[in-house]
Design a protein around this ligand. Structure first.
Ligand SMILES: [Zn+2]
Length: 204
């Protein structure tokens, strides 16, 4: 056993997090480590018991509803890969701490910000206890620059306001990567303003 480590790969949608996770897992498999892959049961992107990157690579995964279940599913594993960390309940911080105490290597991915550009789930705490954090950027779908750090929510092609319901019925909902200049979060009345840079100003 090499001692514990906890690597996080984070960034907005479409920045290649799962692709990078799969690359690191394959290296562990080549090194003949016992690897288990975990994915939250709420992830709607992959329907079966596997994780898949947008370029079509995939690996078998164990679907888990409550983070506490991870402990019993990875007992014989040396390396544990966890996709979509932001979707797990808050026990995920204790679960990963315990796995680190047991000397395991954990590699996880997660969106650090939700569509409102607010910290997503337990990602802040997880990034604090991680031994390594890699922030990947995506290509901005609006201006084409390579510094997209935000995930833009669009409903029927228009930027979603911050009070839009978490689950949309009827409307055509999509997400795309945007840079801080192109990211938009309209107020409830639908007045579209780019809040990306404003969020960084001090309160008056
Ligand atoms: Zn842009």
């Amino acid at each position: 056993m090499d001692g514990y480590s906890f690597e996080i790969i984070t960034g907005p949608m479409s920045c290649g997090k799962t692709e990078e996770l799969l690359r690191r897992i394959r290296r562990c498999i080549i090194a003949k480590k016992k690897v288990k892959v975990i994915s939250p049961d709420v992830d709607t992107r992959s329907k079966g018991d596997y994780i898949e990157s947008r370029n079509g690579l995939w690996l078998d995964a164990i679907k888990v509803k409550h983070s506490i279940e991870i402990l019993s599913r990875v007992k014989d594993a040396e390396v544990i890969a966890i996709d979509e960390l932001q979707f797990f309940d808050s026990n995920i911080v204790k679960v990963i701490s315990q796995l680190m105490n047991e000397g395991k290597k954990i590699i996880g991915t997660g969106l650090e910000l939700d569509f409102k550009a607010e910290p997503f789930g337990s990602m802040p705490e997880l990034m604090c206890i991680a031994t390594k954090v890699d922030k990947l950027h995506a290509v901005c779908m609006k201006c084409g620059c390579e510094h997209a750090t935000r995930t833009q929510r669009l409903i029927d092609g228009k930027p979603a306001d911050k009070n839009s319901p978490l689950i949309m019925i009827g409307g055509d909902e999509t997400y795309e990567a945007r840079c801080i200049k192109c990211y938009e979060l309209p107020d409830v009345k639908g007045r579209s303003k780019a809040l990306g840079l404003k969020l960084l100003q001090f309160n008056k």
